[in-house]
Design a protein around this ligand. Structure first.
Ligand code: SDX
Length: 427
């Protein structure tokens, strides 16, 4: 007999079924709670609320485990490529050689954007944040590629690849145009990551020389960001998608959610924090003291996580990359020493220990991006490109569910009780 949980409400006993996942996570199913009891639950921030079952990514926040379709992220970072990991997330298994080759060819075939879209870029203010531009341009893709309405799997899959390919071109284009540089077109003879770097940094006077170490570091960077179960931006993609809007609009909503400094925008906020410390010569102990002070709005950016109550496994790999990639590129970054010192002081401080606050993916990622030559304002765009296969796979999992319900949370009303309108001459 399947497990149930019993609840006594106003003297009456109710039973709710227990759902158990493949890794032993348990939840009680309250889909009939209001209908049976008249009560709803309250969980601001949804820290205790499951919105779906999912077979894509498993996280164990206490043990610091992250697996995509069962494969540990450490193994994918070591052996896989971003394109192969994207295929794994979206299709549920690793591709064979032919499938991977076909996917890479299709990504290159779809890497151009409609020439009319370039005009949009010209009309953004030069200082517009590239995340705002990216969200707008991804949404605009629907107007140029309406095929998403295709119901055949081939049509939908083509749309996934179109998005994965064009996001790179759009991201690099916003950077080039913001600098007043000519747009660099993608090349069919370059890999996914090499193409992005070339579109970003190639110059007519100085052709961009591909450094295999940077290409490899970018693959690992994007693999580490590819999915993270029901985080804020993925939840946004699922919520917006649940209204049956097209995929481009749902992804555009995910990009907007990721932009926030509490979420993907933290990678930019970390570098700004480290730069301020470097420039001001602030004492590290004093910075950590401020982060603990409830009356001080300052927080240690790149620290803490809703799920990880131990070291974020991605931060561990990112930190190692700082020790391997920077020396290979002959880059010395003073911000790395500051980051290391901050971690050392924070992880020996009872405030951080008691609250299980550790470095998350954003704490060291900016140091790696700086070493690759990526400008700070593009950091969260880099996160968005990496997270796109995750957003697509999560949207697909919802769309493939015949019972996909529109997301519509309830509330407990605390406003005025019934009152009458008062005509203006009586107020
Ligand atoms: C990402 O969800 C995901 O999976 C996200 C992500 C992904 O891949 O999609 O992993 C990517 O968004 C990583 C997180 C990036 N954000 C930051 O680095 C911003 C700094 N971190 C914090 O703002 C915070 O830790 C959050 C937003 C990450 C998590 O917030 P929670 O889970 O709501 O936790 P909380 O704010 O309730 O904090 C619990 C306590 C509080 O103290 P008390 O009120 O209990 O006394 O810890 C304190 C907080 O004040 N705290 C911090 C802190 N983070 C939490 N204190 C100082 N510095 C911090 N960074």
């Amino acid at each position: 007999m399947s497990e149930v949980v019993k609840m006594i409400i106003e003297g009456k006993t109710y039973e709710f079924p227990v759902i158990e996942g493949s890794e032993g996570e348990k939840a009680f199913d309250i889909t009939k709670l209001r209908q049976q009891t008249g009560y709803i639950t309250m969980d601001p921030g949804f820290g205790n609320t499951g919105s779906c079952t999912s077979a894509i990514t498993f996280m164990d926040g206490e043990k610091g485990i992250l697996r995509y379709r069962g494969i540990p992220v450490e193994q994918l970072a070591e052996h896989s490529s971003f394109v192969e990991t994207a295929y794994l997330l979206i299709n549920g298994r690793l591709p064979n050689k032919q499938e991977l080759t076909r996917t890479s060819v299709q990504l290159n075939d779809d890497s151009l954007i409609h020439e009319d879209m370039q005009i949009f870029y010209q009309n953004f203010p030069r200082r517009a944040h590239p995340m705002g531009i990216l969200s707008a341009m991804i949404n605009a893709l629907r107007s140029f590629y309406p095929e998403l309405e295709d119901t055949d799997p081939e049509g939908i899959n083509r749309t996934f690849l179109r998005l994965l390919s064009k996001i790179r071109t759009m991201a690099a284009m916003s950077y080039r145009i913001s600098r007043g540089h000519k747009v660099v077109y993608p090349r069919a003879d370059y890999s996914y990551c090499a193409n992005f770097l070339n579109m970003m940094f190639h110059s007519p006077v100085r052709p961009y020389e591909l450094d295999p170490d940077i290409v490899e570091a970018l693959n690992v960077f994007w693999i580490l960001h590819a999915d993270h179960e029901q985080n804020c931006s993925t939840a946004a993609v699922r919520v917006v998608g649940s209204g049956r809007v097209n995929l481009y609009a749902a992804i555009s909503a995910g990009i907007a959610a990721l932009w926030g400094p509490l979420h993907g925008g933290a990678n930019q906020a970390v570098i700004e924090m480290l730069t301020n410390i470097h420039k001001s010569g602030a004492d590290i102990e004093d910075v950590v003291r401020r982060a603990k002070d409830k009356d001080d709005p300052f927080r240690l950016m790149g620290f803490g996580h809703r799920v990880y109550k131990t070291y974020d496994p991605r931060a561990r790999i990112m930190k190692k990359m700082c020790d391997t990639v920077l020396p290979k590129l002959k880059v010395e970054d003073p911000l790395l020493d500051i980051a290391r010192r901050l971690e050392e002081v924070a992880l020996t401080d009872p405030y951080f220990i008691d609250k299980n606050l550790y470095p998350n993916v954003d704490f060291y990622s900016g140091i790696v991006l700086r070493a690759m030559g990526i400008p700070t304002e593009m950091f969260t765009v880099m996160f968005a490109i990496g997270r796109l296969p995750g957003w697509i796979s999560q949207w697909k999992e919802g769309a493939d569910d015949p019972n996909w319900k529109i997301s519509r949370p309830r509330q407990v009303y605390t406003g005025n009780i019934a009152t009458d309108y008062v005509p203006i001459n009586k107020r």
